[in-house]
Each structure stands twice: as C-alpha cells, then as structure tokens.
Design a binder for this molecule. Structure first.
Ligand code: ADP
Ligand code: MG
Length: 487
C-alpha cells in the first residue's frame, strides 16, 4: 500500500511515541487528533474516529475524528455493550467487518448504518484497567477492503494508544493529587516537615516556617534510621510546648509538631481553679466546724464571769472544747498537707499493733470488740510510717463509730493487702460511692475528710482502696499495696 513505507511509515511510528508529557488535557487532545489523522493516512482509511471512556466506564465519548467521521457530532457517545463498537468494547475483541463478509455477526447492524461502508475495523483500546475506548477505521465503497494484517497492525496501534492515554491520565491524576496534598500540607495548623535519612529538611509547610520552631534542638538532633514515635517537646526560652510525631516513610520521615502551649496553660488554669474551689469548700467547712466549740467556750467563759464560783466546772468545758478545736485543726491540716512520700522500710505488723493499742481504750469504752489478724509472713513495706498510722486510725475510728455496742471490728493484713471490717450500720450504695469525696459526711460532728485523706495517701503510694458495704450488715475497706513492694 502506498501509504505504508518510506518516510510516512517511520513518521507514523515515531508519532505514536510522542506521548504528551504535560498533563493538561489540551496536549492530550492534540496528541489524539494527530494520531487519529495519521492513522487515516497509514491505514488508507476514509473515516476514523476514537471514542474514550471518561468518568463513567459504561460510556465512551468522541475524543478525536478524521476524514468522513469529522461529521460525527462532538457530543456523540457510545454505550458499552450497544452497537458494534459497544460490543467490541464489552468483550475487548477487535473486529474486521466487511460487506462481503456474510458470516459477520454484525451483518444486520452494518446493513442499517447511515453511511454504508465497504470495510471497517473496530479495535478496542485495552489498558490495565480494562477497555478505555474504541478506535474505528473505515474505507469507503470502491476501495480495497481491510485484511487481517491491517487488523493486527490496528490492534498494535490501539494497544500503544491505550498505554499513552492511560499514562497521560495517571500523570494528570498524580498532579491533581499532589496539588490537593500540597494544599492540605500547607494549610495544616501544625508544623509539618519531610526529613531525609540524615534528618535534613526536604519540605516544610507554612506553620513550620516559624523561627522559634526552626530553633528547636529536636530538629538539629533528629536523624535516621527512623522509627515511629511521639514525644513532648518544650522550649524554655519561649515557654512553648509541642507534641512531636515522627513517622518513617521508606528512608525518610514526616515530623509533625502540634502546639500544646495553650492546652498546657488551660490545664494549669483548670487545676488552679479546682484547687481554689477545694479551698473554698474547706474554708466553709472549717468555719462551720469551729463555730460549735467556740460557742461552747464563749458561754462557759460568760458563766465564769457571772458566777466565778462555777469556774472549775466551766473551765473543764473550755479545756474539752479547746482539745476538740485542736483535733479539728489536725484533721484539716492533714487534708491540706501534700502527702509525705518518705520511702522508709517499715514493719506493717508493727504499725497495726501500735494503732490498735492506742485505740483499744476507746473500743473498750463503747463495748466493741477489736480483733487483729496478721499474716506471720507479713513482710516489710515501703512508705511513711506516720502516714500509714493515720490511714489505719481513720479507718478504725470510722468502723468504731459505725458499730453499736456488742459489735465487732476486725483488722487483717497479708503481704498484698490489709482490711478493716465491721458488722456495724453499713452504707447505702450512694453513700459508698461518695464516701471518699472530701467533705462528704453523714455524721453531725463529722468533717468528711477522714476517707479522702486515706485515699490521697494510698494513691500517692500507688496502691488502691475499695469498699464493700451493706446497710445493716457492715462494711469492709480493703487497701491493696503497690505492686512493687519492698523485698
Ligand atoms: P467523717 O468520718 O468525718 O464523716 P469520713 O471521710 O471518714 O468522714 O467518712 C465519710 C463517710 O463515710 C461517713 O460520714 C460515713 O457515712 C461513711 N463511712 C465511713 N466509714 C464507714 C463505716 N465503717 N461504716 C459505715 N459508714 C462509713
Ligand atoms: Mg471519719
């Protein structure tokens, strides 16, 4: 055939490889128009059209045309599975259709075509994702019909076209994705860096251009090989703080610095406010508790003034009330004082014995039995001895106050825990829930501080405390020692 051979041939083959590098759709369109017109020359076709799928894989739109096919309206489209081209797109098989080919499966369709042609080739464009279009080549009546060699060549051309189009689209996609990523990256409120394997900055976003962030020693020290990490970073000069998250990507890594300065300030403010609220509550409780003994002292003093002969009797009352005030001061101070974390090795059995000996007279006076049960193997524990004494005293006094005459209170301990139990009045579920809150009390003379002091101390020693109770049956407090006890 005249069109094949010499310059035309090498020109055509070379033009197939002139794949558009810029991804804008204009250059792809121009490339397709060029290829389609060269196909016309090369195959001696009088009508050439190329249909391509776009968003909808079931529809192919006219992408380029040459020769008689230039008459096809620009918005023409083919549905996959419909018509000759649609069927070729659906099954991916190229076809050679000839008027004289009586066996053609498309005989009936060809017969109905508006511009009856002598011979045509319908070649699907097969890409990695499947069929992305169809190339139609036709020769008018009066010319030689296409032969199998033409079909094979057309198939090769279509394969190359499919690859070129797919690549151009991939590049376009990559560029859109990159543009999207860049816009997110730039707009991130956190400072973001891309680091190479030596810790050098490859890319950084707007927030990362902050000079104070650039000065952070973290940025100077960091270097590969990287592993995922999150760390707290702070700068004493500016008083700012961040959470830094490092994530390796191949040899490189992303580093994101999320500023926590404001959050830290707020956290400190919240804890300051809650401390203030606690002080407020405490002041009210102190005033309330001090008033009763003070009233007693004032009336006793007035009595002495009016009738000096009663001085002895009322002086007793004054002393008694003064002692009460003193005890109250101790309790408040205990609550307000931060827990002493003296880590001394102590015999817990000795602590229990000392406290029980001190309290025994009070138990005897009320007629409540006090049983002590301590494991022979009880080892030494670590902590502040006077703190543990305070804990036991508070629990035992509560038990004594809750138990009527004739009742029993028991103290026990083993290497893991100790407990104080009684068969007294017990607590409702709500009371048990609130028992450890500061200032919660059901007693007319109570301060509601005993158990919160106990809890604060146990928490500070990394132990835990729990209560089980039933109204009318009794109560059991159990304190678990910290897991790492002294050997
Ligand atoms: P206070 O003894 O001053 O009331 P605590 O903090 O020691 O304060 O106790 C809080 C509350 O918990 C008590 O008022 C009481 O209602 C309840 N409680 C504590 N221990 C017992 C117990 N062993 N049996 C019944 N109730 C108890
Ligand atoms: Mg108490």
């Amino acid at each position: 055939m005249a069109q094949r051979g010499g310059r035309n041939e090498s020109d055509f083959i070379a033009s197939l490889f002139e794949v558009p590098c810029e991804s804008n759709s204009g250059s792809l369109e121009a490339y397709l128009a060029d290829i389609v017109s060269r196909c016309g020359d090369w195959f001696g076709a009088t009508s050439i059209s190329l249909f391509l799928t776009d968003q909808d894989p079931q529809k192919m739109q006219l992408a380029a045309s040459a020769g008689l096919a230039q008459g096809i309206p620009k918005d023409a489209c083919i549905e996959v599975g419909m018509g000759i081209a649609g069927i070729a797109a659906a099954d991916g098989k190229p076809r050679l259709i000839d008027d004289r080919n009586q066996a053609s499966e498309f005989r009936h369709l060809v017969g109905r075509a508006k511009n009856p042609v002598e011979s045509s080739m319908i070649v699907p464009l097969m890409a990695r994702v499947g069929c992305i279009g169809v190339l139609n080549l036709a020769r008018q009546k009066g010319l030689d019909g296409f032969v199998q060699v033409d079909l094979r060549l057309a198939k090769g051309v279509a394969g190359h076209l499919a690859l070129a189009i797919e690549n151009a689209r991939l590049v376009a996609n990559l560029q859109t994705e990159r543009a999207k990523f860049e816009s997110i990256f730039e707009g991130l409120g956190s400072a973001a860096f891309l680091l190479d394997e030596h810790g050098r900055i490859l890319e950084s976003n707007l927030a990362a251009r902050d000079p104070e962030i650039r000065q952070l020693s973290l940025l100077k020290e960091i270097s590969g090989p990287y592993s995922p990490k999150a760390l707290e970073v702070s700068d004493s000069n500016s008083g700012r703080s961040w959470i830094a998250t490092l994530n390796p990507i191949y040899q490189c890594a992303t580093l994101i610095l999320q500023e926590t300065t404001e959050y830290e300030k707020q956290r400190q403010e919240v804890s300051r406010l809650s401390r203030l609220a606690e002080i407020g509550q405490m002041t009210a409780a102190v005033a309330h508790e001090i008033r009763n003994p003070l009233t007693g002292i004032r009336s006793a003093a007035q009595m002495i003034k009016q009738a000096p002969e009663t001085a002895n009797e009322f002086a007793e009352i004054i002393v008694h009330e003064a002692i009460k005030l003193n005890d109250l001061c101790d309790e408040f101070l205990n609550f307000a004082r931060p827990v002493q974390l003296r880590r001394v090795r102590i015999h817990f059995a000795g602590v229990v014995q000392r406290v029980c000996n001190l309290l025994r007279p009070e138990f005897a006076a009320k007629g409540v039995a006090l049983d002590v049960q301590i494991d022979e193997e009880m080892p030494m524990i670590v902590g502040d001895p006077s703190g543990w004494e305070q804990v036991l005293t508070n629990l035992l006094i509560n038990a004594l106050q809750a138990t009527p005459a004739g009742g029993h209170v028991g103290v026990g301990a083993n290497p893991y825990r100790f407990w104080v139990e009684d068969d007294g009045q017990g607590m409702s579920e709500i009371e048990a829930e609130r028992a450890f809150s500061p200032f919660f009390t059901t007693k007319p003379q109570g301060t509601g501080l005993g158990l919160s002091v106990v809890k604060k101390f146990v928490d500070a020693h990394e132990g835990s405390i729990s209560v089980s109770s039933e109204p009318g049956k009794g109560t059991r407090f159990e304190v678990e020692f910290a897991k790492r006890r002294a050997a």
